[in-house]
Design a protein around this ligand. Structure first.
Ligand code: S3P
Length: 165
């Protein structure tokens, strides 16, 4: 079984994946980190600037594919994963998808000091949020509301949720 955390930028996917992996004694994989490694760049920001978003999305897809047969793992996805359905199909193979759902305001607050490339323009980021929200919801096997909750609370809720799926 693999558990993939999806959600908008600033949803807390990386921090929750860390704690969840610890609690469940499972391996943790951060898709953004793997994408950056494959690209030979230093950050997602640098990939977007020097190679463009298309290259980032191609790398994201190849990382998603490489995880298809991976088991006993907690995966933190990037916020744009759901823009390509094939990514979701790869990760749903023997796996479940948990949507960490938060308001746009919460995302903005959490990442204001270090916004990812697609959050530099707040109006565009809000448009992306509105476009993606139904996709996260549609693809999720379970949804956890994360506004005003700690990483600890969210992780415990996920553990309870998984039992019911
Ligand atoms: C992206 C989110 C980022 C990263 C890339 C694109 C997006 O990940 O994958 O900058 O399209 O929402 P986080 O959601 O971890 O910030």
């Amino acid at each position: 079984m693999k558990i993939t955390l999806i959600g908008f930028m600033g949803a807390g996917k990386t921090s929750v994946a860390k704690l969840l992996a610890e609690k469940l004694s499972l391996e943790r994989i951060d898709m953004d980190q793997q994408i950056i490694q494959k690209s030979g760049r230093k950050s997602d920001q640098e990939i977007f600037e020097k190679d463009g978003e298309l290259v980032f999305r191609e790398l994201e897809m190849s990382v998603a594919k490489s995880l298809m047969n991976k088991n006993d793992v907690i995966i933190a996805a990037g916020g744009g994963l759901v823009m390509n359905k094939i990514n979701v199909d790869y990760l749903k193979h023997d796996g479940i998808i948990i949507y960490l759902k938060n308001s746009f305001a919460t995302s903005r607050e959490r990442i204001k000091h270090n916004p990812p490339p697609l959050f530099k323009n707040e109006q565009k980021a809000k448009e992306l949020y509105d476009i993606r929200l139904p996709l996260y919801t549609y693809y999720a096997d379970g949804i956890i509301e994360t506004d005003n909750k700690t990483v600890e609370e969210i992780s415990e809720e996920i553990i309870e949720k998984i039992k019911t799926l």
